[in-house]
Design a protein around this ligand. Structure first.
Ligand SMILES: [Zn+2]
Ligand SMILES: [Zn+2]
Length: 351
């Protein structure tokens, strides 16, 4: 068994469709509910203006439920995968901008001697997966080197806004490729293609989504991670995705709706009542069943609907976990054989 992780995955954005920052009243509600929660448990009783107060508060806050003390985050899709010989990034939603700030800091540290290189895998051209490209600081430093792997359709969308000869040049973003000097090359991809980045083997799979989308499977030293965001399952379980993800250590897929929201019998929080069939996303129940059919060890449900609060997401995570356990039990399988998580920004998983 390898002693160091085969993959280290960190999420920078897990929100679907568009950015969803916390509203001022939501921040206030978290503060009020947190204080009330601690006071009801008598955990504020011994606190006073004495030395060590801050550490005592931090200890109590760390014991609060996640949705009260923190947030899942409102940035759109971006995941970072590190291996000992490559930095691989999946999608360039708004979370990509935050990752760029970290890389700028790390790569410009006085004692940094590592590579200034990364490989960007783009699933599809929708804005929530691409629009932070112009706001990714490391693209502007000519010492850095980036390769972007994407379908011709995605590459065409970048050309449309960044090629200085395009009609849309300077329309959406002032910069063009002339300024984005660190983008070294584009590697055109088609679904089904396989390629390597360092010691990682990557395969691709077509997903069902308006305009098309591709899933990526990263394999290295007998471990595998599948990123299959933006996919509307046509059958449950989805045999194609289950075969592609068979036995994976991690399947990141979406969980935008519940079955009732998808069918239109229940409204998304604060939204109009209407079915979401054909919108290119799947019910959480379908994603859980496909993950169990695939026998994956971890299921991460991303691309959360922007209408949901942190409290809603905490509830959905409990719901999805219970569903997985029930289904595994009724099939006579180990109920703990698939760990179900709704990831939050900053969540880091070693595989
Ligand atoms: Zn999306
Ligand atoms: Zn999409």
């Amino acid at each position: 068994m390898p002693t160091e992780p085969v993959f280290t995955v960190r999420y920078w954005g897990i929100t679907g469709s568009f950015c969803t920052p916390l509203l001022p009243e939501q921040v206030t509600a978290k503060v009020v509910e947190s204080i009330e929660y601690l006071a009801r448990q008598g955990r504020l009783n011994g606190l006073g203006p004495v030395p060590g107060l801050r550490e005592a508060i931090e200890r109590e806050v760390s014991l609060l439920p996640f949705h009260l003390r923190s947030t899942y985050g409102g940035n759109t899709t971006c995941a970072e995968v590190r291996t000992p010989d490559a930095l691989i990034i999946i999608d360039c939603g708004s979370g990509y901008c935050e990752l760029g700030r970290l890389l700028t800091k790390q790569w410009n540290a006085p004692d940094y001697k590592g590579a200034r290189e990364a490989h960007i895998l783009v699933t599809h051209p929708h804005m929530d997966h691409t629009f932070a490209t112009a706001f990714f600081g490391p693209y502007y430093d000519p010492r850095n080197r980036f390769t972007i792997y994407a379908t011709p359709q995605v590459i065409g969308s970048f050309e449309a806004v960044f090629n200085p000869d395009s009609k849309l040049s300077n329309t959406y973003f002032p910069p063009t490729f002339a300024l984005l000097k660190a983008i070294e090359r584009f590697e055109p991809l088609r679904a089904g293609q396989e390629f390597r980045i360092g010691s990682t083997r990557i395969s691709t799979f077509p997903l069902r989504h308006p305009g098309g989308c591709i899933a990526f499977k990263l394999e290295r030293h007998g471990r595998s991670c599948v990123f299959a965001s933006d996919h509307e399952q046509q059958e449950v379980p989805d045999q194609g995705l289950a075969d592609f993800s068979r036995g994976a250590d991690l399947l990141y897929t979406e969980g935008q709706y519940t079955q009732a929201e998808y069918d239109g019998t229940k409204a998304l929080p604060g939204e109009a009542l209407m079915p979401r069939k054909g919108w290119g996303h799947s019910p959480i129940e379908a994603c859980v069943r496909t993950a169990l059919a695939a026998g994956v060890r971890r299921l991460h449900l991303g691309h959360r609907d922007p209408a949901r609060s942190d409290e809603d997401l905490a509830w959905l995570e409990r719901f999805a976990r219970q569903l997985a356990r029930d289904e595994l039990c009724s099939a006579g399988r180990n109920p703990d054989s698939c760990q179900v998580v709704i990831p939050h920004e900053g969540l880091t998983v070693e595989i």
